[in-house]
Design a protein around this ligand. Structure first.
Ligand code: ADP
Ligand code: MG
Ligand code: MG
Length: 502
């Protein structure tokens, strides 16, 4: 056993050979008390225990080496300990979720708003323009399906304000392919077990139950029933390389448990065998599709010319799309910035000031880069203090944002031209760093200064003008080493975590 009367985390990190380079900031608080965090022998035991329990509980991923097969798999990356999250902020995030569901759904149907919000962006961003063209095409042809199914995830960081108050700030809302609802249904059992083995019996009781897989499947099941054909399938539209397949499987299996048939197909498969009948019913391999659940199609690299055709066919079809094209566009960063303008939330919720207040309380500063005086001001503000902002293009999946000195480089290049309207600018949220160990395959265990991001899953189903389901479907905590500014789990930066409410 290592002595426990440590005065400096740094000394112990070095003694344990865990990471000689970690210079722990005084500010960093701990996921668990120092006596556990600094007990080298215990930590080494827990590392083995943790990986085994993750495998036993099915917190799995395919490996980079064998992304096409399940012959050899590994654990999905995760933190050794759950991370502290203030209960009041967690509750706030849960409470606002049904309002965000309604907001996204309203935006998705407001063609005029989407057009105005994205007008400057689609002139310079080809990807958003192509999505927008599909939206226009479907509108002109007439919407063929009154059922809308939304499965989203609103992500937050906890901002340590200069006044010492920590507040909940929304980073973004993912309206397409929001992932980790499956694996995060399994991680509470993993952290509870680790804490038990570490002798932290009281803390293990505080790890929250979580089952987004069931919450997301509830929405899918309701939409499938409303579609009204027992033979029709739910189609997961998936990537070619399916490293994160087990995350999908949890949702998929919830559907099979309800005797709802599921197929998994790629864009390429839809191109080859997909067709619409005279009533615009979608058939793939001769099977009628009730729901297309997009777990792919959120970034330009996902598309070939043929898959753009396939996306259009699916959008035109009678199948329920999760998300439909309007809802996909409602999740763009540009729309997020436009919604934050004064008066816009009031327009969407004329009779519900409470919803407006709850939503607005989560907004960080968001700034337009449209051509004109307002955009010029944004440029000047970013160039003067680049470390206080994040520059965001209309992209998803992590690793696309621009930080610090690079903001100046990029903005200096585009500041006089309309190219700048491909981006938005956002206040940089500054969370409290927390010490924890990150477990990642093939990486030596190291004590890291970490930042967390809380995601709340939303599920809703609407038929015509009737909202039939509007729920919060669970949560996800992701944690990354503070040395990285950007990045999700799939991007190889963040790892799965659980909130320990404090
Ligand atoms: P993506 O759609 O690619 O996930 P995000 O807006 O979520 O785009 O940004 C990716 C990551 O960048 C986030 O997970 C977070 O770590 C970091 N990030 C984004 N916006 C901010 C912000 N305003 N302040 C601090 N970090 C941010
Ligand atoms: Mg995103
Ligand atoms: Mg994100």
């Amino acid at each position: 056993m290592w002595p426990q009367e440590s005065s400096s985390c740094q000394v112990f990190a070095i003694l344990m050979g865990l990471d000689r380079s970690v210079d722990l900031p005084i500010m960093a608080s701990k996921a668990v008390p120092e006596d556990v965090l600094m007990n080298g022998a215990l930590i080494r035991d827990l590392e083995v225990v943790a990986k085994d329990i993750a495998l036993l509980r099915g917190v799995l991923m395919r490996t980079k080496e064998t992304p096409y097969s399940s012959e050899v798999v590994s654990y999905a990356p995760f933190t050794l300990f759950p991370s502290p999250v203030p209960k009041v902020l967690f509750d706030q995030a849960i409470a606002v979720q049904t309002h965000f569901n309604r907001l996204v759904d309203k935006i998705s149907q407001d063609t005029k708003f989407l057009h105005e919000a994205l007008d400057s962006t689609i002139k310079v961003d080809d990807f958003t323009a192509r999505l927008f063209n599909i939206h226009m095409h479907v509108l002109q042809e007439g919407c063929s399906q009154p059922i809308a199914l939304g499965l989203n995830r609103s992500d937050y960081m906890l901002d340590r304000g200069t006044d010492g108050n920590t507040t909940l700030k929304q980073i973004e809302i993912n309206t397409i392919a929001a992932s980790f609802g499956g694996l995060s249904s399994q991680t509470p059992a993993v952290h509870r077990h680790i804490l038990k083995v570490a002798g932290r019996l009281e803390e293990q009781k505080k790890v929250l139950d979580n089952n987004p897989a069931a919450g997301l499947a509830k929405g899918l099941a309701m939409a499938w029933e409303l579609y009204g054909s027992e033979r029709a399938v739910v189609m997961f539209l998936v990537e070619d390389e399916q490293i994160n397949i087990y995350d999908h499987r949890y949702v998929e299996n919830e559907l099979w448990n309800r005797n709802i048939p599921v197929i998994r197909r790629r864009f390429e498969d839809v191109c080859k065998t997909g067709l619409l009948d005279q009533d615009k019913r979608l058939f793939i391999d001769g099977q009628e599709v009730a729901i297309v659940y997009f777990r792919n199609g959120y970034m330009p690299q996902n598309y070939t010319e043929q898959s753009w055709e396939a996306r259009l066919m699916m959008e035109r079809s009678l199948a329920v799309k999760c998300p439909d094209i309007g809802t996909h566009l409602a999740g763009t960063k540009k729309v997020q910035q436009e919604v934050a303008r004064p008066g816009v939330l009031e327009r969407f919720f004329p009779d519900d000031p409470e919803a407006v207040a709850q939503i607005r309380a989560t907004f960080a500063g968001l700034y337009t880069l449209d051509m004109g005086e307002e955009g010029d001001k944004t440029v000047a503000m970013a160039l003067a203090n680049p470390d206080q902002f994040v520059l965001k293009p209309q992209r998803e999946g992590g690793g696309n944002n621009i930080y610090g000195a690079e903001i100046c480089q990029v903005l200096s290049g585009v500041k006089g031209s309309s190219e700048r309207t491909a981006y938005i600018l956002m206040d940089k949220v500054q969370p409290q760093p927390v010490l924890n160990y990150l477990l990642r395959r093939d990486c030596p265990l190291k004590l890291s200064t970490c930042l967390s991001e809380l995601g709340i899953f939303g599920a809703y189903v609407r038929k015509g003008t009737n909202m039939l389901l509007n729920e919060c479907a669970g949560h996800l905590l992701r944690t990354k080493s503070a040395e990285y500014s950007d990045g999700g789990v799939a991007a190889g930066v963040a790892v799965l975590d659980n909130p320990l409410l404090v």
